[in-house]
Design a binder for this molecule. Structure first.
Ligand code: ZN
Length: 245
């Protein structure tokens, strides 16, 4: 059974619908969401509804899900993220806010560990962006494979014979070799890619074959950008969707 594993939707319903259509067409039958369903984009409530209706095997909490559903300080967000979080707090239904508050920091599905940022103290939202941060994560990883989001940059880290290696995602499906070590897959971002490619990004995963495929999906980013501007959210949040930065 193929799994669709996705992260960082960030209130971008246009990107989410395109990803789900692509996953369905590719034969995905199970879903897992790695958090940050809301924050930045103009349709946080609709994205929550869509993810909840999917019947995901697991949905874990992202830092924006947390910030937008709690009255915590936003001092550790950059000014644009904080402004978007304040807007999102005002535009989330009570029901979706309550649902976001129930999300766990970590989960296991398809035999893999799922966490938004890193298994190194998940409530502190560590970013896995280099071999040092990947090593901190691997020290806590008990499964052969783990999936994360958070950086919005798709990539792969492997732990082999004590060495941590980083890879860019290949264009074709990759078969992991669990006997050779542990793997950490960053699935990229559905709703706000930051690797220079504006296409929505997510992963298909076949746990029996240990096969991972990073998928890039075209969607109407102009429409998502128009909604951000119409909502009065910071313009840069609209502009960045068109360049994937
Ligand atoms: Zn995010």
């Amino acid at each position: 059974m193929e799994w669709a594993i996705f992260a960082d939707v960030h209130g971008n319903l246009d990107a989410l619908e395109a990803v789900l259509a692509d996953a369905r067409a590719a034969g995905a039958g199970r879903y897992a969401c790695l958090g940050d369903i809301v924050g930045y984009g103009a349709e946080p409530d609709a994205c929550c509804e869509r993810v909840r209706a999917l019947g995901c095997a697991a949905v874990v909490r992202g830092n924006h899900d947390h910030a937008c559903s709690h009255r915590t300080s936003l001092a550790w967000f950059n000014p644009r993220a904080a402004e978007a979080a304040r807007w999102t707090r005002e535009h989330l239904s009570e029901e979706n806010r309550a649902w976001l508050r129930t999300l766990p920091y970590r989960a296991v599905a398809a035999g893999a560990a799922l966490v938004h940022g890193s298994l190194f103290e998940p409530p502190h939202w560590d970013y896995v962006v280099d071999t040092a941060s990947a090593r901190r994560h691997f020290e806590r990883q008990r499964t052969e494979t783990a999936f994360v989001g958070h950086s919005h940059v798709p990539c792969l880290f492997a732990l082999r014979a004590g060495r941590v290696l980083g890879f860019r995602p290949p264009a074709t499906p990759l078969v992991l070799d669990p006997g050779a070590g542990k793997y950490l897959v960053n699935v990229g971002s559905v709703g706000q890619p930051r690797d220079g490619d504006p296409h929505a990004c997510y992963c298909l995963y076949d746990p029996e074959a240990h096969a991972v495929e990073w998928r890039r999906v075209e969607y109407d980013a102009e429409a998502a950008a128009r909604k951000i501007r119409a909502a009065g959210l910071p313009d840069v949040l609209a502009a960045r969707l068109l360049i994937g930065r």
